[in-house]
Design a protein around this ligand. Structure first.
Ligand SMILES: Cc1cc2nc3c(=O)[nH]c(=O)nc-3n(C[C@H](O)[C@H](O)[C@H](O)COP(=O)(O)OP(=O)(O)OC[C@H]3O[C@@H](n4cnc5c(N)ncnc54)[C@H](O)[C@@H]3O)c2cc1C
Length: 481
């Protein structure tokens, strides 16, 4: 099978496919990973999931342990450090470094990542997908049983497969700059900034009559600055943001000039909320930004990685010939549900961020007041983390755990999950019921309540008796041999 796009979604999918015995070919049109400022790290549910994967050790080595942080939610800070146990942790690793780590990892697993190879055409029939590719040595054709488009927001694969990407693009223009810390700016003991010509400026996001301004220092000696404002004038997306354009934007938003150091990174972008109509279109599948465009920072990379984890074992089962009917379609139903939930809170963030009349200010005040209560804060944290997503499972009355993520498992369950193998854990009489699936499901004798856990660490079935167990095993792992 072929993955188009070696971004975080495509490379995570490739890693997961190797775990379950499939060796994909990865094609990317760029000759090298681009050193542009995009995501600063990953967080939430993907970190929980990676506790069950070797990749987590590599990420911890590169980025250090995940931390709980104050996070922006529509230009308001939600301080998850206030919670005893936060549902949302973040691991800081700039996107180019994350991609380099993932690329080295998959190449080490024997995956061929062809860079400088752009997909320009696609046809599919009953047996295969045929791609036209422009490579460094000219054009060629390559075919595969399945193709996954992980080729970003402007996905050529999605377009060529004729899949709609409905939604809305918001007009506000966002600009990000990382500059060296100007000597005139001082950081106060409480983390706020003293800025000559402006005075005290709060760390994080500030609403101003001109838009939104944000300031933070994530690395020593550097200053991160951000503006968001209504469209001032047309700009050409192909012309990179300059320091002068950024300075003008700061002036409009803050009403004054502030000292800016040497620019390290400058980016301009707009937000859109779009969701693919279909994650599965015959033999063509979509993952990552190709499937969903999220109008907020901090969550999109993790969502694309979770797409890869959800898809890999289902695709492998289909290619290896043991997938029960409809298994691959659950990739659409589950990830579309998760994407809808993501877009729900991201679009609520757009509403919180926009506008400067008294009604908008009142909305922000009410929201800030609500998240000062721990239960509401935990709920918002779980939404951002995507840890509140519950997939639909079999049975007329599924157990409360069915469809949820298996966050607490007995120690001996971890090893099979690290190999992305499904696990049944339960007392001996229920192990006997699961025994016919032994070649596909690791069966562990345990006196506690029984659980059937899928390779993506979601609970497919839970119970104290065997009611619905065989149905769940057959639904996810096919007929017993
Ligand atoms: C300024 C900015 C800030 C951001 N901040 C955050 C953040 O804080 N947190 C967060 O989670 N996300 C953030 N994002 C979003 C994040 O960068 C994306 O969600 C993420 O890159 C999506 O990963 P992906 O693998 O789906 O797609 P991409 O990273 O877009 O990768 C797609 C790959 O496909 C390749 N490709 C495209 N077309 C073809 C073709 N025809 N043939 C072959 N290859 C092709 C591209 O070269 C690319 O390598 C930010 C984005 C921007 C622009």
């Amino acid at each position: 099978m072929i993955i188009v796009g070696a971004g975080p979604a495509g490379l995570t999918l490739a890693t997961e496919l190797r775990l379950v015995g499939v060796k994909p070919l990865v094609l990317d049109r760029l000759t090298e990973i681009r050193e542009v400022a995009k995501a600063g790290g990953i967080g939430g549910q993907i970190l929980n999931l990676l506790r069950y994967r070797e990749l987590r050790d590599l990420l911890d080595d590169a980025a250090g342990a995940p931390v709980t942080a104050k996070l922006p939610f529509g230009g308001i800070h939600v301080d998850l450090t206030e919670l005893g146990e936060s549902p949302m942790q973040v691991q800081r690793l700039p996107q180019p470094q994350l991609e380099a780590l993932l690329q080295n990892h998959v190449r080490g697993l024997g995956v061929e990542v062809r860079r400088g190879h752009e997909v320009t055409g696609l046809q599919q029939d009953d047996d295969a997908v045929h791609l036209e590719v422009q490579g460094p040595d000219g054009a060629y054709r390559v075919s595969a049983q399945y193709v996954v488009g992980c080729d970003g927001v402007r996905s050529r694969v999605r377009e060529l497969a004729g899949v709609a990407f409905p939604g809305i693009t918001y007009p506000e223009i966002h600009r990000l700059a990382t500059v060296s810390m100007p000597p005139e700016i001082t950081v106060r003991d409480d983390g706020d900034y003293d800025i000559p010509g402006y005075g005290r400026l709060a760390w994080g996001y500030s609403q101003t009559p001109g838009g939104i301004f944000a300031i933070a220092s994530s690395e020593p000696g550097q200053l991160g600055l951000y503006t968001s404002e209504p469209p001032d004038r047309e700009y050409d997306d192909d012309i990179p943001l300059t320091l002068n354009e950024f300075r003008d934007s700061v002036h409009r938003v803050l009403g004054t000039d502030i000292p800016l150091g040497e620019p390290r990174r400058l980016t301009r972008f707009t937000y859109a909320a779009r969701h693919t109509e279909r994650y599965v279109a015959g033999r063509v599948l979509l993952a990552g930004d190709a499937a969903h465009q999220i109008p907020t920072g901090g969550v999109a990379v993790s969502a694309g990685m979770l797409d890869g984890v959800n898809l890999a074992w289902k695709l492998a089962a289909t290619i290896q010939g043991w997938a029960p009917a409809g298994l691959l379609d659950t990739y659409h139903s589950e990830r579309h549900l998760a994407g809808d939930r993501l877009l729900l809170h991201a679009q609520a963030q757009v509403a919180l961020r926009r506008g400067h009349d008294p009604a908008n200010d009142a909305l922000r005040k009410v929201f800030s007041e609500l998240v000062s209560d721990a239960p509401a804060l935990a709920r918002v944290g779980a939404m951002i983390a995507a840890s509140d997503v519950r997939y639909p499972m079999t049975g007329t009355q599924p157990h409360a755990l069915a469809g949820t993520f298996a966050s607490h498992v007995p120690d001996d369950v971890v090893a099979p999950l690290r190999a992305a193998r499904p696990v049944f854990v339960g007392p001996p009489e229920l192990c006997d019921v699961a025994a016919p699936w032994r070649d596909r499901v690791t069966i562990l004798n345990h006196p506690a309540e029984a659980l059937l856990i899928r390779p993506d660490a979601h609970i497919a079935w839970a119970g104290a008796t065997d009611t619905g167990l065989q149905e769940a095993l057959a639904h996810w792992f096919g007929d017993p041999r």
